[in-house]
Design a protein around this ligand. Structure first.
Ligand code: ATP
Ligand code: MG
Length: 555
């Protein structure tokens, strides 16, 4: 996001540029304001990356603020996971961690100010009555019978509300704005309500709590936020945001700008739906690698830079659009391709026996770790008479255009020799249990013969003598893409084969893989070492993404 040409700047950056140019603001402070009521997902990642990126770009501050003004909804178990996710995304809030609930005193003072100015009043209409009085899109609302209560009476009642003299719902504080406004949010919105519920942070101190539309602009103002970036559904609330800021006489008014939410085609994103998959035991917790929760993406092997690239490419805009999972997959491939080693791993093993290779002999061969990145150097791989290959790399009766192993055919064993298939062994059910071949010692990798003689297929392998066994997990979308995300009842259409667990073999150095280490397994894709299920010397690998995709990216 830094140093982008003018034409490439998104609409938020252009607005901010203008604000700075015209002297409306001298600095740029942003915030990410989650409610601590669930794990974060990729949509939140967009907001975190956008807000922290803007602050960084303009040399301003970025706050992480828990929006914990509603004691009925919050579950504090999520505070730590949210902090961890925000840090992991490299959105640096330093010590700028705030809780909206710590502003309750100040918010109360602002409410008193509104009452004293005649801009707010205490109402005794019930929630239903307020709704009824509010009118509709086509009809204006009606005045609250208490709209013109005296300031003294309003002050007395509001204080009594605060002192716990009334039960829940008996009174509310309303802003005195305009009951005939075409914007229903402006028809005397409720600013405070009574709720005798202890709060995680403030305990029993309060039994009145501010509503979101009153609290949020004040939170921004108290923290000195200049640009309050939020999603489109708050566009109609902006006049109310501005009203609160104006009526509360905020010296440096923050400005709300709305952008489109991130949606992914055929992917479960909403907190509510992810929660259901977790609660129904369909996935292995909030960090299941099939989920697009930030914790799930991290465990799958996505990197912060791949997510930043994704947010950048999918764009910041004011019109709602849906992004493709294929774009996210493109980003992680681009990120990992030059960074990680390319090693050999066999997912569905079948024994290959080289009958003319001396029994008991082992030789060491050189393999380049990443042809696109010399800095990753070379490694030694060992070769012997018995290897593991992929089951699909042998066909007793080859189909058309099959260039891998079949009786009579010669292929290249990657980093090693050419081998010619001579036949196979089968069990009593006719299942192939081993493939036989002979090797040609003159075709060793890097020799003239290897260069001049042509074979059409190259396959990978690992040495049966010293490879490591590993659990390798392959994933598909948890949603049945043919049917779409939801059925008629709003339940998720599940893909029954979203997880395949392979008992594979990997090059021996992979036995030492540590949590989150990522690799390319040649021909099979990019894989990440699972942080939860791996044990010392017994890694579990998650496939992040396969190597190819049909998704076209135009950059
Ligand atoms: P969900 O819709 O999944 O329940 P939420 O909006 O309730 O999420 P909050 O904790 O209120 O979650 O959101 C924190 C911030 O993240 C808000 O500023 C919100 O606008 C932003 N946000 C939430 N979902 C998305 C999304 N899909 N794309 C971009 N920003 C999002
Ligand atoms: Mg919310």
């Amino acid at each position: 996001m830094e140093n982008r040409e003018n034409t490439q700047r998104n609409f938020i950056e252009r607005e901010i540029d203008k604000d700075l140019r015209e002297g409306r603001y001298k600095e740029v402070h942003t915030r990410f304001p989650p409610e601590p009521n669930g794990y974060l997902h990729i949509g939140h990642a967009k907001s975190i990356i956008l807000n922290s990126g803007i602050a960084k770009q303009y040399g301003g501050l970025f706050n992480l603020r828990f929006d914990d003004t509603n004691p009925t909804k919050e579950k504090y178990e999520f505070v730590e996971s949210i902090k961890e996710d925000v840090k992991w995304l490299e959105a640096d809030y330093g010590d700028r961690l705030f809780f909206a609930s710590s502003y309750f005193d100040k918010m109360y003072e602002y409410a008193l100010l509104l009452i004293k100015k005649g801009s707010a009043y205490v109402s005794e209409l019930s929630a239903d009555e307020i709704r009824e009085y509010r009118g509709t899109l086509t009809e204006p609302g009606r005045d609250d019978p208490m709209r013109n209560r005296s300031i003294e009476e309003n002050l007395r009642l509001f204080e009594a509300m605060k002192n716990g003299e009334f039960e829940d719902g008996k009174y509310v504080l309303r802003g005195k704005i305009d009951m005939s406004s075409p914007n229903i949010n402006m028809r005397d919105p409720v600013l405070y309500r009574i709720a005798h519920i202890p709060h995680h942070n403030t305990g029993d101190k309060w039994c009145i709590y501010p509503m979101y539309d009153f609290a949020h602009p004040l939170e921004d103002a108290i923290e000195g936020i200049t640009h309050s970036l939020c999603t489109l559904e708050f566009e109609d609330h902006r006049p109310l945001y501005d009203w609160v800021i104006r009526e509360c006489e905020i010296e440096y008014p923050p400005r709300q700008i709305e952008f489109a939410k991130l949606y992914l085609n055929n992917v479960v994103t909403g907190k509510r739906y992810i929660k259901k998959l977790v609660e129904d035991g369909i996935v292995d917790g909030w960090d299941d690698p099939r989920l697009v929760s930030i914790a799930g993406l991290r465990r799958r092997g996505y990197t912060p830079s791949s997510l930043r690239m994704f947010v950048e490419l999918s764009g910041i805009s004011k019109s709602q659009a849906t992004s493709e999972m294929g774009l996210l997959e493109y980003c992680i491939r681009e990120d990992l391709k030059p960074k990680v080693k390319r090693l050999m791993a066999v997912l569905h093993p079948l024994k290959l026996i080289i009958d003319n290779y001396p029994e008991g002999q082992t030789e060491e061969l050189k393999a380049v770790n990443n042809p696109d990145n010399e800095e990753l150097g070379e490694r030694t791989v060992t070769f012997s008479r018995e290897l593991w290959i992929e089951r699909e790399d042998f066909m007793e009766e080859p189909v058309k255009k099959y260039f891998r192993l079949f009786p009579g055919n010669e292929v290249r064993l990657m980093n090693a020799y050419f081998v010619k298939c001579t036949g196979c062994d089968k069990d009593e059910n006719g299942v192939v249990t081993a493939v036989h071949c002979t090797y040609d010692p003159l075709t060793k990798q890097g020799t003239d013969m290897e260069i001049t003689r042509k074979v059409k297929g190259t396959i990978h392998w690992v040495n049966a003598l010293d490879c490591a066994g590993a659990k390798i997990r392959l994933y598909e979308n948890i949603v049945d893409e043919e049917k779409g995300v939801y059925d008629e009842e709003g339940n998720i259409n599940l893909n029954p084969s979203s997880l395949e667990i392979c008992s594979g073999y990997v090059e021996k150095e992979l036995a030492g893989a540590e949590a989150y280490d990522s690799f390319q397994f040649v021909r099979n894709g990019f894989f990440c070492t699972d942080p939860k299920d791996s044990e010392s010397g017994k890694p579990v690998f998650n496939r992040i993404v396969s190597l190819k995709s049909s998704f076209k990216v135009t950059v």
